[in-house]
Design a protein around this ligand. Sequence first.
Ligand code: ATP
Ligand code: MG
Length: 439
Amino acid sequence: MMRTAFEDMNNKRRLTPPSTPTKRRKFVDIDLGERGKKFDIRQDTITPPTTPTKPKSNVYTKAKALFQRGSSSDVLVGREDERDEINEFIQHTVGFNYSDSLYISGPPGCGKTAQLDASLKEYDCKRGQMTIKDNKCKVVKINCMSLVNSNEIFNVIVTSAGQKGSLIDILKTENTFKSLMIILDEIDCLEDGILLELFSLSNKKNHLDHKTKLIMVGISNAIDLTTKVLPLVSRTNVQPKLLNFKPYNFDKIQKIIIFKLKSLIESNKENTSENFIPIVNASAILLCCKKVSSVTGDLRRSFDLIIRSIEMLEKQMSSEDLGHYDFLTAPRVQINHMASVCNLNNGSILSKLNHLQKKVIVHLFNFQKSSTKVGSVNNFFDYYTQNNHIKMKKSDFLEILGTLDSMGVVNLGKDISIKTDYMEFKNSIKNENIVRELI
Ligand SMILES: Nc1ncnc2c1ncn2[C@@H]1O[C@H](COP(=O)(O)OP(=O)(O)OP(=O)(O)O)[C@@H](O)[C@H]1O
Ligand SMILES: [Mg+2]
């Protein structure tokens, strides 16, 4: 059963796993609004080339597509309990036309966003609308990280819902939909007061006042939110349901990867042995899972390793051969490919950075040396904008930081930090003009 913040406070139970995972913001999954444009960690530039060449499709490109950022799964292996709780919440609120709120927390890459999306899909939520038991619900999903300013949120909600006026106006009037579900991903980016206001509006106490019911769903990996804001919320009688996603352990990561790879031969199952895994062999998968589960448990990292190891294998094959294989005959990633990918040292990663990425790191080093402000992402963005005459959109800036985080060059936590040695980095840019900008 789901717990309420109030119950948790009373019981003084821990809402978080014993080893508090570091709060890390992920920018990489932000849909930037353009149709189909999702972030891909392997892109080297943020501007696509003018004449993009489409890579020829072969078994490896199809396999890699399963592990790309932005690829969605209808069923999330290992998240059955969480799925049930989310579905129960949706069923109860939308189905019975009832106001309520849910707060989903958990460390990065543990499937919070993906599971919510999968649940909405189960209820056939399309174009921001779903209907359960004849009750129509408008669904608005916002990634708070994309907001320049916390206060924007109310306007963004109203316009995303295709409405006019204020949020309260929408709730106090009858609409073509009976309820409005607001899903706020990365809600830790919002100020406490705004969070409190939003959660309060979905308070059951307001239920009768509102002709259109408000259903709030907040998602974040900021564990401190449960101790900081939610007690405040519960003091005001607002009691969101809490659902904590635990990080994936070794077994679960392994199961997820194998499930994905086996889906490639789903239609050919009868011709293969039950234990056969296409494209990546079992020992390579084992090493990948070991590597990731011992560090963060962030599924994205394991997916990145799978993609890179497949790329390494592809490079060793002639392009002519690549087209001739099917999933049953294609050579598979071996443990040595995975080992090389896992051991990529910092030096070789630095040589892969593009100019813009290097420039951002130069400014990050400078920011950390000169700034008296807290090293938050927003402060760093302000610093970068002030010290660069070529302006960059915040979403592009976040995308670059997301890539650097995935490459292990920076660490996006509550504050941003560099995981790269200063001299090593300086050396890697010694022949470029930007080296002069480094303080
Ligand atoms: N059980 C699973 N099976 C298959 N893919 C999964 C599973 N869980 C997560 N994923 C995939 O892993 C990636 C990371 O998941 P997701 O974006 O949901 O993480 P998150 O918990 O929201 O992380 P963050 O806090 O950084 O936003 C996504 O590509 C998602 O599709
Ligand atoms: Mg997420």
